[in-house]
Design a binder for this molecule. Structure first.
Ligand SMILES: [Zn+2]
Length: 66
């Protein structure tokens, strides 16, 4: 029986027979972690932009009052 290999070209680990996924467990975990990090990064940038915009708006109001 032909054994499957991980679809990640940098990995090429042989997958167990009957394995449902194209990538090995290691690569799948990495991918999930990567997506999670990107999600957190986007969220962090969003918060940063939001708070910066809020700061600018607040300072603008303060300057107008002076
Ligand atoms: Zn792999």
């Amino acid at each position: 029986m032909e054994s499957k290999k991980c679809s990640n070209k940098n990995c090429q680990r042989s997958l167990p027979v009957g394995y449902k996924h194209k990538q090995c467990e290691n690569c799948r975990n990495k991918r999930v972690k990567h997506v999670g990090d990107v999600g957190k990064g986007v969220l962090g940038v969003g918060i940063l932009i939001g708070s910066t915009a809020l700061t600018i708006v607040t300072k603008g109001k303060f300057n107008l009052k002076k």
